[in-house]
Design a protein around this ligand. Structure first.
Ligand code: GLN
Length: 481
């Protein structure tokens, strides 16, 4: 096989070739670098791209991912490499330590690319347009957004500019861009993967997860990044199963719930059709699919935008020009330095969220907004608990529409917030969820199918996802770049 196509292979395929001695890890890296050099001018999946594409590996350790390059979102700390959350306020910030997921990947022999992937500033957004570096372009249609906030990671995997990538998901930031870019993206259960070294957006919602070209790679990466971590007090001390064991099993008799609240007016008819066809396919594979109700779904978006902004306003208080990144020049005093630094360093969406979050936490409004939102969050969680008593998995569309045009929603925050209507509930409930390709629109844009599972039952999601994937050929269709 000529080296030029190595970048299009999955980690599992590449590991097999490495094992047989058919290729070298150096060849994979060289091939990936030339792909990035060739295509990233159009896609802009990576930020701070210089002539040198560097990276780091610890060499052979336990070798599960020996020699496989991984691309990392700009909000996950990488020792010695810039980690700026695509925000001017963090410009020049280089963490002195690795996030736990990075440590684990290095230990497994993976090669960490020094290049980071583009994202909405501090992960605030659904389109990767809120990046101080400008938007990433969707590899399927360069005029369209990639989704967000982990749009760079999704686009890199879709464009074969990455073998696999890491992103973070607070309200859909892995699943929605995975859907828009036609790749697999998983948000693990809250507590399954350590958040240590992930620059916090909303600490009770954030999770790190993988973007991969297929389900087998997703299971492999989940095996490596999952597990308890003393450095993250919210990480769960629950045994990690071998996720690859869920691959290749049939799904006969499994019970799949289809929530009626997710098939709403305003949903794109082509998305609806693709998802209905996927449900039909799951039925033909032996799953028992029936309608269920998640009655509090309509509150998910408002609850999320109270809880997430409240937490964000508190988490972002540390960026004040003293310890990290930018410091405004020639302030007249300390307060002026804080004001100028934050005024110059944060983008419009970050400012909007800090103001909203501060408001809902403020005296007089705390009970009316924040406390009430927490109560409704519990109701949303209970909806899932109830359904999961009788069902193994829930299947929905990932997003009501396919990728939209760059600029189409950027002046209307409410419209933008509504693109997360199907993904947010999983974060509020803390349950695992995955997006995978389930077809294309007439214009050739990918459509995503979302699978949601019980807390810590990623295995079930992966089992159903793998069975569906193997019965269809979507993953074999690649964007023409
Ligand atoms: N799009 C959502 C938001 O803007 C979710 C972002 C995320 O998951 N980080 O908050």
């Amino acid at each position: 096989m000529p080296d030029t196509v190595l970048n299009s292979l999955t980690a599992v395929n590449l590991l097999d070739k490495l094992e047989k001695g058919a290729i070298s890890s150096g060849a994979i890296l060289e091939d990936l670098k030339s792909r990035i050099a060739d295509k990233d001018g159009k896609v802009k999946a990576y930020v701070r791209l210089g002539p040198q594409i560097d990276g780091v590996s610890l060499g052979v350790q336990d070798s599960q991912l020996k020699g496989i390059p991984v691309s990392v979102k700009d909000n996950i700390c990488t020792d010695g490499f810039n980690t700026e959350c695509c925000s001017s306020i963090l410009s020049g910030f280089t963490p002195p330590y690795d996030a736990t997921v990075i440590k684990k990947l290095k230990k497994s022999g993976a090669f960490i690319l020094a290049l980071k992937t583009n994202m909405d500033e501090f992960a605030f957004g659904s389109s990767t347009e809120n990046s101080c570096f400008g938007p990433t372009h969707n590899p399927w249609d360069l005029d369209c957004v990639t989704g967000g906030s982990s749009g760079g990671s999704a686009a890199a995997v879709a464009a074969d500019e990455a073998i696999f990538a890491l992103g973070s998901d607070t309200g859909g930031s892995i699943r929605q861009p995975a859907a828009f870019c036609g790749v697999v993206g998983m948000k693990p259960t809250y507590g399954r993967v350590s958040r240590y070294g992930l620059i916090a957006f909303a600490s009770s919602l954030d999770q790190i997860g993988p973007f991969t070209k297929d389900i087998a790679d997703c299971a492999l990466v989940m095996n490596i990044i999952s597990g308890h971590d003393e450095m993250d007090s919210t990480s769960a001390n629950i045994e990690v199963p071998d996720y690859t064991e869920s691959l290749g099993k049939d799904i006969k008799g499994l019970r799949i719930g289809i929530p009626k609240e997710y098939f709403i007016d305003g949903m794109d008819p082509q998305v609806k059709l693709a998802v209905e066809n996927a449900i039909q396919r799951l039925r033909s594979l032996g799953a028992v699919c029936s309608e269920v109700s998640l009655p509090h779904t309509k509150y998910a978006v408002p609850v999320y935008y109270i809880v997430a902004t409240a937490e964000a306003s508190s988490n972002l208080a540390r960026f004040d020009g003293v310890q990290y990144g930018l410091r405004a020049k020639e302030p007249s005093g300390l307060i002026d330095m804080y004001c100028k630094t934050r005024g110059q360093g944060f983008g419009e969406e970050a400012k909007r969220r800090i103001i909203l979050g501060t408001f809902v936490l403020s005296h007089g409004y705390y009970d009316a907004y924040y406390l009430r939102a927490l109560k409704v969050r519990t109701l949303i969680r209970r909806d899932f608990d109830k359904v999961f008593k009788d069902f193994d998995c829930i299947v929905t569309p990932t997003s009501p529409t396919p990728a939209f045009k760059i600029g189409e929603k950027s002046s209307d925050p409410l419209k933008m917030y509504l693109s997360d209507i199907y993904t947010i509930s999983a974060n509020l409930a803390g349950i695992p969820a995955l997006s995978m390709p389930c077809g294309f629109t007439k214009c050739g844009l990918p459509v995503g199918l979302q699978l949601l599972g019980k807390a810590f039952d990623e295995k079930m999601i992966l089992r159903i996802a793998h069975a569906y994937e193997q019965s269809e050929g979507w993953r074999k269709i690649k964007p023409k770049l």
